[in-house]
Design a protein around this ligand. Structure first.
Ligand SMILES: *[C@@H]1O[C@H](CO)[C@@H](O)[C@H](O)[C@H]1NC(C)=O
Length: 354
């Protein structure tokens, strides 16, 4: 059990491998039978379907496998809790096919509401804890956003990775619908862990799947038999969205701005005082996706639709030289001051992160 307190979680940020120490508040806190394990999923943002929203169904459906790849258990697929933005939920993995075994591989299947996952943590049957951070989404070239969830004893705020099963919130079609994570790889088990950032996006560590759900019915029970995904890239290569990887590439070649957001996200504004949450960086990233964003530490507003950033009014900055003279974002009225006029943004929700 001494392992619990000091699980180090490896992640990649800004091209470097870093380490966070998982605290006891970061792991599942739910009573489990000693045959079973538990999984926590924490989300930064939850984008409800525009259609009729059910109270549940946003928590990913989970399958678990042991270290040799045998299918050992599942979460309750029919009663999947709804996770609020900025919240988490703990679920039990029923290990009927492998009582007491270590659930070192997890497969998570998103629902049709897009969610942005900040971290996933586990407690195995034997009490060992493991964790994985949403930072790996950006590191592995997947759509991401900031989170306001603190993990570990050092106050790390991970980025979150978007998942969406039906790609309704995913106009560029590059969000995974499922993740397969080898949880074991993200722990610093020896001091000789890999220092190569690319390793942690390798298919031995993680597989991003665009459309795994053809044969799975999430309204029913988990499958009786299942197996691990295999990457479609050569072993050791960077991993992987399935067959349709060409879609994102084609799109990028057309140089279309990644500005097509579902209305629910476009009608939302997020602000954060956190020094790590740079609006300029978010705006400058091709992979970022989500609501418009205000950074109080920079005093900058990022229009995530156009990926253009504006100084807050009264900050003394201006947009793009003479032309942009006097142009700014006015927080008080939530409008852009441009060409001598105020253009209201009409947000339905403004979320102020503390
Ligand atoms: C792993 O990380 C933890 C927490 O940061 C640290 O206490 C431990 O010594 C590390 N273990 C190894 C083998 O590097």
């Amino acid at each position: 059990m001494q392992d619990n307190a000091i699980t180090g979680i490896l992640y990649v940020a800004f091209g470097l491998v870093a380490l966070v120490t998982l605290g006891k508040n970061d792991v599942p806190n739910i009573r489990q039978h000693p045959d079973n394990s538990a999984v926590r999923v924490a989300v930064a943002l939850n984008a409800p379907d525009d259609g009729p929203t059910q109270a549940d169904g946003t928590y990913p459906a989970i399958l678990a496998y042991n270290e040799v790849g045998d299918y050992i258990g599942w979460s309750d697929w029919q009663h999947r809790p709804h996770i609020k933005s900025g919240g988490f939920h703990d679920v039990i993995i029923e290990q009927q096919k492998g009582p007491g075994q270590q659930a070192t591989y997890l497969q998570l299947f998103a629902g049709t509401d897009a969610v942005c996952i900040a971290y996933i943590s586990q407690t195995w049957a034997d009490g060992t804890t493991r964790g994985w951070l949403g930072d790996m989404g950006r590191a592995c070239g997947r759509p991401y956003y900031y989170s306001h969830i603190f993990v570990g004893n050092d106050g790390h705020v991970p980025d979150c990775i978007w998942m969406d099963a039906d790609h309704s919130d995913d106009p560029d079609h590059d969000m995974p619908a499922a993740l397969q994570i080898h949880m074991q790889e993200y722990t610093n088990l020896t001091t000789a862990y890999s220092r190569d950032p690319a390793h942690y996006c390798d298919e031995e560590c993680i597989i991003f799947h665009r459309d795994p759900t053809k044969h799975l019915d999430f309204k029913k029970h988990p499958p009786k038999e299942d197996r691990l995904f295999r990457g479609n890239h050569p072993p050791g290569g960077p991993c992987c969205m399935d067959d349709d990887d060409g879609y994102a590439k084609r799109n990028r070649q057309r140089q279309q701005p990644r500005n097509r957001r579902p209305p629910a996200l476009a009608a939302r504004l997020v602000s954060s005082p956190h020094g790590k949450h740079s609006a300029t960086d978010l705006c400058g990233s091709e992979l970022s996706h989500g609501p418009d964003f205000v950074s109080w530490s920079e005093r900058v507003f990022c229009d995530m639709g156009t990926k253009v950033s504006w100084p807050l009014c009264g900050s003394g900055g201006s947009v793009g030289g003479e032309e942009g003279e006097g142009e700014c974002y006015e927080w008080e009225t939530h409008s852009l001051v441009t060409g001598g006029r105020k253009v209201a943004r009409h947000y339905a929700t403004v979320e102020e992160w503390g």
